[in-house]
Design a protein around this ligand. Sequence first.
Ligand SMILES: Nc1nc2c(c(=O)[nH]1)N[C@H]1C(S)=C(S)[C@@H](COP(=O)(O)OP(=O)(O)OC[C@H]3O[C@@H](n4cnc5c(N)ncnc54)[C@H](O)[C@@H]3O)O[C@H]1N2
Ligand code: MOO
Length: 401
Amino acid sequence: MLDFDTAQEHLAQAATAPTRKETCSLEEAQGRVLATALSAQVDLPPADNSAMDGYAIRLADYEAGTTLPIQQRCFAGEPPEPLKPGHTIRLFTGSLMPEGADTVVMQEDTTETDNAIVINTPPVAGAHVRKKGEDVEKEQELLQPGTVLGPAQIGLLASQGIHQVEVWARLKVGILTTGDELVSPGQALGPAQLYNSNGAMLAALVAKLGATVVHQLHATDTHESIESAFKTLLQDCDLVLTVGGVSVGEKDLVKPTIELLGGKLDLWKVAMKPGKPVALAQAQGTPIVCLPGNPVSAFVVCALLVSPLIRAMQGRTETRPRVMYGRLRSNRQFNETREEFLRVQTKSNNNGELSLVPYELQGSAIISSLPWASGLARIPANTVVKDEDIVRYYAFADWLV
Ligand SMILES: Nc1nc2c(c(=O)[nH]1)N[C@H]1C(S)=C(S)[C@@H](COP(=O)(O)OP(=O)(O)OC[C@H]3O[C@@H](n4cnc5c(N)ncnc54)[C@H](O)[C@@H]3O)O[C@H]1N2
Ligand code: MOO
């Protein structure tokens, strides 16, 4: 059996780099992956300006108790006059610094009467002046290709006057569910039938990762049905995810059908619980990942093993999100041959440490554990792990974006 880290690496290695670029406006850029490097077009701020509502002075003009006549009231967006010796110019936050002025005095530190001020607190040289280019210098590198654009990056680009960006086209993902026992949500449930939850769940996971679900197909457990679905998926998608029918049962026909289509298949048993059977195949130049059918197994494998592959295929630089640590709270003692990924909720204890509290039922079909959990606690294999031990924690908030 492969260990989890090796399986994660194998899947990430199957990624093909994106090739299709497109231009999008900043309004459409949220969550998109930058395809080309961007550098600064202007200095930020573009000119020295005031950080406070106050008065611009030449520090050399200051003497305790001196009255400085107000030469001009200069609002943000207006050009200031050069500062005359022995004068002050009234400024507001964002007003440009007048030529000759070097310091801003906050209005709270002054008394204004008859269009003149007295400064009540000795000013500090250069105080409250925002210098040209102190934030961003023209031509400096702004963002690297592979950056995911979020509100912070979009704000930075807008501050540079950039209104459209070159991004990688959205990754096209196809989903294939299999199984004679499954019916679509919204239809009547017959005897011995089960609702197809994996289809909708995987489609939502793929969308959350910023890719497009081009097809969500279902095949019955026959070669013909599976083959016909694969033909559509391989034609239209960059990546295909199948779920179920990948184990050792007589109707587990996904793998033989991929081989029938000329695909090359690599099946592993991964030493993780949930999520043992996982296959990676290549057919007609397209990677296919076959996920185990149990809903929790499919979710966990998609979150931890498939998401780095998807991120790499999207052209993202960061493909493996952070792993945190927390203190396990459990009555159960662990010492398994497979690593276990427990659905847990986190609680902060008094030291600011995370406590990881597992859901009571941890079976791989216990779908109610998924909306309850905030992430997964990783329990190492062949190690005694017990209450209060520190273990790794994968937050869904980090791994499902
Ligand atoms: N003899 C063995 N049996 C099994 C093994 C094994 O090693 N030897 N592995 C077990 C493990 S672990 C898992 S996980 C499952 C994986 O089996 P498959 O990937 O072939 O999945 P299926 O048999 O098709 O389905 C498993 C389970 O999940 C339900 N399912 C499948 N698809 C969906 C769906 N779209 N929506 C909702 N539920 C779904 C299905 O009805 C089954 O209950 O194999 C074990 N067996
Ligand atoms: O993938 Mo299976 O979940 O270990 O039941």
